[in-house]
Ligand binder design. Sequence first.
Ligand SMILES: NC(=O)c1ccc[n+]([C@@H]2O[C@H](COP(=O)([O-])OP(=O)(O)OC[C@H]3O[C@@H](n4cnc5c(N)ncnc54)[C@H](O)[C@@H]3O)[C@@H](O)[C@H]2O)c1
Length: 349
Amino acid sequence: MPIVKADRLTDIATQLLVVSGASKAEAACVAKGCVLANLTGHDSHGVIAIPTYIDRVHKGHIVPGAPFTVVQETATTTVVDGNWGFGFAVAERAMKLTIEKANKSNVAATTILRQSHVGRVGAYPIMAAKEGMIAIMTADSGRSPKAVAPFGGAEARVGTNPLAIAIPSNLAGAFCLDMATSSVAAGKINLAIAKGIKIPTGWIVDKNGNPTTDPNDFKNGGVLLPLGGDEGHKGYGLSAMIEILSAILPGLGFGVDPTGRHNDGCFVACFKVEAFRPLETFKKEVTEFAHYLKATKPQKGVKEVLYPGEVEWMKEQDRSKNGIEVDEKTWKQFHDIAKKHGIEDKIKV
Ligand SMILES: NC(=O)c1ccc[n+]([C@@H]2O[C@H](COP(=O)([O-])OP(=O)(O)OC[C@H]3O[C@@H](n4cnc5c(N)ncnc54)[C@H](O)[C@@H]3O)[C@@H](O)[C@H]2O)c1
């Protein structure tokens, strides 16, 4: 598998998106977001998704150059319509707007509708944490195809419905919880298919409701289970709430649109720490709290206790230095796209 440095991979992904119709700014934003997902260890949301995004552009499901429309707003609230633009570009701009409003008014919340996939959700609240804010972001799949069964159900009715919360601190990595409310993110199944490896039991059931370790069973009518295994009612409950915040509140509705158009409805909320406590005191205490957690005696077989977000930070250190492994299937797709547009020489590593 090719191992590529982050800068070069960003450049390659940007070029592929530009020749496929994205503007330079959109392409750079999507490529940066995907490569950051790879850097932080979330290959399922990394450059593996670029061919899918390009395919969606060709299908008209993603609209390059789509306007960013504020449908409704107050000093503290905004409803954004992305008009089917690239989710990375729409969500980044919406998060910047929310940060601006929270900077002035201490709290701000935004809903986003009609945009494509936003990738690794944690990336957006981390932007606000860097500005001294606690930020929450949820995403659902709007009325696009569902992948997760409600607790006790044998059919998909909800998305993987991720939740991310980021907190300012003085830690080297971001103190950030960023998680799907399904057993795993659907992208991890696709990654297992791309790598030709088995998945653990408990991630999915096949089309007949039987446990399976074959990731291909997911594509063949299988379904993801909610987070929590036997206690999956809690993951399911979280998922249902996220669906309401990210789909019903923005006005996307629920259920599945027959066109199969992918949509990430989002809810974003930012809280300026200074409105509650002095920022530096808060950051110091969060940092001390993380060290307190990390000082816990580990269980047998566990190397160390980590704070939320630390795994991603450790991966980022490693991959920034040593490069990102791109799976063969994705690399071949890159070559096919480059060949189609006569730019093979531009994606050499
Ligand atoms: N855009 C979308 O539609 C969408 C949908 C689903 C998921 N996603 C993204 O997929 C990515 C993967 O989600 P996931 O649920 O598989 O994440 P995950 O299970 O890898 O990690 C979830 C959380 O647990 C923390 N964590 C992991 N190992 C830990 C440990 N040993 N100790 C302490 N904390 C630990 C991580 O820092 C993270 O905050 C996320 O970035 C998510 O935003 C996106």
